[in-house]
Every structure is written in C-alpha cells, then in structure tokens.
Design a protein around this ligand. Structure first.
Ligand code: FE
Length: 354
C-alpha cells in the first residue's frame, strides 16, 4: 500500500510537473502574442543600422512585429518574383525610383490607396497610380577637389559636357541605377537627343574608365586622379561622421556643389517602399508605410543616413545642413526615371560609357 501510495504520489508529482510546463508555455505564448498580436514581413535593401530605429519605433507604437529579410535590391526583387503567391514579403523597402518602377512593371506590387500616405508624401515623390512611395530623398550632386576647382567654375550637369573638363571627370559605370536615373532625368528635362550628346561629351571628359562605386570616385577626387565626380550626398555624410580617421580626412578634401540651382534644380532620387501583390498582411503593411512617412520616422531617416526628409518641416542633420539647405531640387515626377530607364541604358551603350 505504502509503495502504491508513493507511486500515486509520483504520478501526481509528474502530472503536476507536466502541467506546470504546459501552463508556463501557454503563459509564454500568451505573453508573446500579447507583445506582438500582429506582424508584417519586410524585404529590405536598406542597411540594418538605418532600419532598426524605425522598426523599434513602429513596434513600440503599434504592437505589430516587423520581420526583416535583408539583401541587395536586385536580389530581393528577383526573390519576390520567384516566390510568387507564396512570398512572405508584405513590404519591399529599396532605393531608387527606377527599381520601384521596375517592380511595378514586373507586376510585383499592389496598388495602395491611403489618403494618409498621399497627404504625407509630396506627389512627385510617389507613383501616380499608388504602387510605390518615396520615404527619403537623396541628391546626386557634383563633388569636387577645392584645390583644383573653384566653385565658380561649376554650374550645371550640362556644363560637365564642356571641353574645359577634358580628362578631369571620374564617375561610376552606367550599369548602376543611380547614373541611369540621372540620365533618365536629363532625357525628361532636355530631350533624348541632347541626353545622348551630353553622355558622349561627359564620357570624352573621363580621366579614367568607370570602375567602382560612388565612394571610389570620391576617393579619386581626393587623390587628385580627377577633379570632379557626380555622387550621392549621403556618402559624404557617412565620411564626415565616420569613426575611421582616413574617411574623416578624405571628407575634408572634397566639396559639394548643387548643380542646376538657376535652372531645373539638382537631380534627386528616393529610397522608398511598396506593398507586394501577394501580401498577406496588407493592413499592417500600410500602417508600416504610414509610420515611415510620419514626422517621427522622418526625423530618424534624416539623422541616421544623412538623407533628406520628404517634407520641409523636418530638420536635416547638422552635416547635411553644412552643405547648404534648402537647395533647389528637380521636382520632376520620379515615375519619369523608370519610364526613361531603358532609353538611358541604350544611350550609355551607344556612347560607350561602360
Ligand atoms: Fe547608395
């Protein structure tokens, strides 16, 4: 009897232990589901350090968990295409209006009608049909070596085609979307024939073959291998704020010039977002985009990557301010960059800009 009682006791103890585990795992799952009742899945071509404060801010405000998959812009777009209806992606976060236009053309995106987004994002920074939305602005400007160039020597993108710049320009290759979008804007503003003439003349002014990214060209300017380049503003912001001594030193030896201030304004582009065609969490995805366009998130964008906010009421970072702000932006509808992309690529091919 005694043994039996002991066995029963053991069984009871065992049961209560199992029950305890069950109860605690139930409590845990309740706890985590109360922490995050909902979720949204983001495929992001933006760097983690930039995205994390935005994700934290959104999660704290909404209780919606953000799951991020990071990768290169082209790779993520390809992945969404291959995954088709099975994709987990709700949001595509990427750079360049040209990329977003391509995603729209490829049928990867869902049309969104959000009065809030339309209200927060200026019209020229979003797709006419509501397929994608600009969330931060970058300008593609002239950067020069102040030892060899006076700022009074600079004026427009057009001027870089003049003979006075022979053997003095370096710029990255035409396979990069940033240059394709710049040329697409020139096609829109000045016509296709002129755009070809411009690309040919600028190419004739190269001091070396295009190789490397914007920062490689900026380094060449610092080293005196060329006098001017065209690069995106935030790369200089990163150098100025860098923890690396050499980058901070380089930054002192290169200056920014905003072209076309008396004409169409400096070429700008965006980083932006879109909701995928097969999104399973569309409502949460819209909320995420609305958050990214809000004042709170715009302040984070402005500070984290030295980009420009999408509305003038948000202050730029101190570094960005030091280059002169506000400046005149080209307010060409950014859809044009996508529409003219293939024409731009063909022009680069014809003129031999590698
Ligand atoms: Fe970039």
């Amino acid at each position: 009897m005694i043994f039996m009682r002991t066995d029963n006791q053991n069984i009871k103890n065992k049961l209560s232990f199992t029950q305890l585990i069950l109860v605690s795992s139930l409590a845990l799952s309740l706890l985590s589901s109360s922490l995050f009742a909902e979720e949204v899945n983001v495929y992001s071509a933006r760097k983690g350090y930039l995205l994390q404060p935005l994700v934290d801010g959104f999660q704290a405000q909404t209780n919606i968990k953000v799951n991020v998959i990071s990768g290169k812009a082209k790779v993520l777009q390809k992945r969404i295409k291959q995954e088709g209806a099975n994709t987990r992606a709700d949001v595509l976060l990427t750079v360049d209006a040209g990329n977003l236009y391509k995603a729209k053309e490829d049928g990867l995106l869902k049309r969104i009608s959000s009065p809030k987004l339309n209200n927060l994002i200026p019209e020229y920074l979003r797709d006419d049909d509501g397929y994608w939305f600009g969330l931060s602005i970058r300008s593609r400007v002239i950067m020069y070596n102040p030892k060899n160039v006076e700022s009074s020597d600079l004026s427009t993108y057009k001027d870089l085609a003049s003979k006075k710049w022979r053997n003095r320009i370096c710029i990255r290759s035409s396979s990069n979307i940033y240059n394709q979008s710049l040329l697409a804007s020139i096609i829109s503003n000045l016509g296709e024939d002129y755009a070809e003439e411009w690309a040919r003349s600028v190419k004739n002014n190269f001091s070396k073959d295009p190789k490397g990214n914007d920062r490689t060209q900026m380094t060449s300017v610092v080293m005196g291998e060329c006098d001017v380049t065209i690069a995106n503003t935030y790369y200089l912001g990163k150098w100025i704020a860098s923890e690396k001594d050499n980058e901070r030193k380089y930054a002192e030896k290169i200056s920014v010039f905003f072209p076309n201030q008396k004409t169409s304004g400096a070429h700008i582009n965006i980083s932006g977002a879109a909701i995928t065609k097969h999104s399973k969490n569309e409502v949460n995805a819209v909320k995420f985009l609305e958050y990214l366009a809000s004042d709170e998130a715009q302040k984070l964008y402005a500070q984290a990557n030295h980009e420009y906010p999408i509305r003038d009421n948000i202050p730029v970072s101190e570094i960005v301010q030091s280059w002169g702000y506000p400046f005149k932006k080209d307010t060409l509808n950014l859809d044009e960059l996508g529409k003219n992309n293939s024409r731009a690529v063909m022009i680069f091919d014809r003129v031999g800009w590698k």
